[in-house]
Design a protein around this ligand. Structure first.
Ligand code: ZN
Length: 435
């Protein structure tokens, strides 16, 4: 169960954030999406998400703070989403209810962020208060088709339009009030494929916490209310909402599989590099690449749960926030079809391997090495991995990090050549010839 909208970075949680997250996880939450509201709080959002592997950041400029936003904030946002792993642009939109905030100014920032979302192929987290039609119109104008209208509160017709455009509608605390007849009808009768769950904590408290701080741990109870209104089981509601959330946030889905894979590896106490060693090989998170690949000495370990969690957290953090410089550089050119319109995915899971980059259409895998594989065992593991991938009909190109950084153009040329070659060919750069 994912809380698709929770301001976990808010100061209301400063005193007990650890406990709030712990209770949310205990209540059954598997993920929390944390949207930003101003450029000033990007740091707090990042920090919260770096600290808890179950939290995923969205960055954006909220319409209610439009008088505060500066032109430069848009550039800050653009730079951030191009260089960091964020799951969405948000919270963005229009608020016609707050008359103190100039609507034209809101539209200016909204438009710029919609363009960014479209260019970066990212979903949007939308705020649309007394402005659903305007928001819908702008989504259409800018060709944005993936995201969530958070705390949806509009008419049946407005909901219908958004759903047909591909958007999901977020329901939370507001629909728990008996007098919220319109919201309760929508939650009860809209197609199940269009609903996602949210709390908007610390705001929009449900009826049972009226006047108090809202908390992500209330999400299961909100789900229960919706399930009861729809006269379906809680389980089927949760399953449906999870699937809906997954379609919006493809990236979370990938990170979750990575996380699951890691948990399994650690839980079964396989032979794995020691934590000290893993930290030493930072920033390249190579332990993700499967158990057999440990660099240098490996040993059997029996770890306590909290030790395991600490390691997982470190990995998850590295995965999302610290791609190596070379990874970030190459991804800049591969993402959003920048390379001759070929579509690439990053950190793609194939069997037990996490692939750095893959172009599925061209059956081409691109792998980067941290430059730390000087020992024979690591080299053999790389080779085994290449053989495994090639057996599946994939072509594999390997580059060293410094190659990507120092000869970017040559690397891109080689990738382009490989993309244009129809027939699979053996790895043109066997490991042994590289050093
Ligand atoms: Zn919000």
């Amino acid at each position: 169960m994912i809380d698709t909208h929770c301001h976990l970075d808010a100061s209301e949680f400063d005193a007990d954030r650890d406990a709030v997250v712990a209770r949310a996880l205990q209540a059954g939450l598997t993920g929390i999406i944390v949207p930003a509201v101003t450029a000033d709080n990007f740091g707090a959002v990042r920090e919260a998400c770096a600290h808890y592997p179950q939290c995923f950041p969205a960055l954006g400029l909220h319409p209610v703070y439009a008088m505060q936003h500066q032109e430069g904030d848009l550039l800050t946002l653009e730079t951030a989403v191009k260089n960091e792993s964020v799951v969405a642009i948000g919270e963005i939109g229009l608020d016609a209810w707050d008359k103190n905030v100039d609507l034209e100014r809101q539209k200016h920032f909204f438009a710029a962020q919609l363009k960014l979302a479209r260019d970066m192929d990212l979903p949007v987290l939308l705020h649309a208060r007394h402005a659903v039609d305007e928001v819908t119109g702008m989504l259409r104008r800018f060709g944005v088709r993936r995201g969530i209208v958070h705390a949806f509160n509009g008419s049946w017709q407005q909901a219908d339009k958004l759903i047909n455009m591909g958007f999901k509608l977020g329901f939370g605390g507001a629909m728990t009030y008996p007098r919220a007849l319109n919201l309760r009808r929508l939650a009860a009768q809209l197609p199940l494929e269009s609903l996602v769950l949210e709390t908007d904590a610390p705001d929009m408290s449900p009826v049972w916490a009226h006047g108090q701080r809202n908390l992500p741990e209330y999400l299961p109870r909100i789900a229960e209310e919706i399930a009861a209104l729809r006269e379906i089981t809680l389980e089927s509601l949760i399953t449906a909402c999870a699937a809906n959330t997954d379609t919006v946030f493809a990236q979370i889905h990938r990170e979750k599989s990575i996380f699951t894979l890691l948990s399994q590896n650690l839980a079964t106490e396989m032979t794995s590099p020691s934590p000290q060693k893993l930290r030493a090989t930072s920033p390249s998170p190579s332990p993700l690449r499967g158990e057999g690949r440990g660099e240098g000495k490996t040993h059997k370990t029996t770890r306590t749960k909290s030790e395991q969690l600490a390691i997982l957290t470190t990995f998850a953090k590295q995965m999302r926030l610290a791609p190596t410089e070379a990874e970030a550089r190459l991804w800049y050119f591969l993402r959003n079809r920048r390379l001759n319109n070929w579509k690439f995915h990053r950190q793609h899971l194939i069997d037990k391997y996490i692939i750095d980059f893959i172009c599925i259409d061209a059956q081409l895998v691109i792998e980067l090495d941290g430059g730390q594989h000087t020992d024979i065992i690591a080299q053999q593991n790389d080779l085994a991995r290449t053989v495994f991938l090639e057996k599946r009909g994939l072509r594999v190109l390997r580059f060293w990090n410094n190659e990507v950084l120092q000869q970017t153009e040559a690397v891109l040329e080689r990738i382009l050549r490989a993309l244009d070659t129809e027939t699979p060919h053996p790895n043109p750069l066997p490991k042994g010839e590289r050093e």
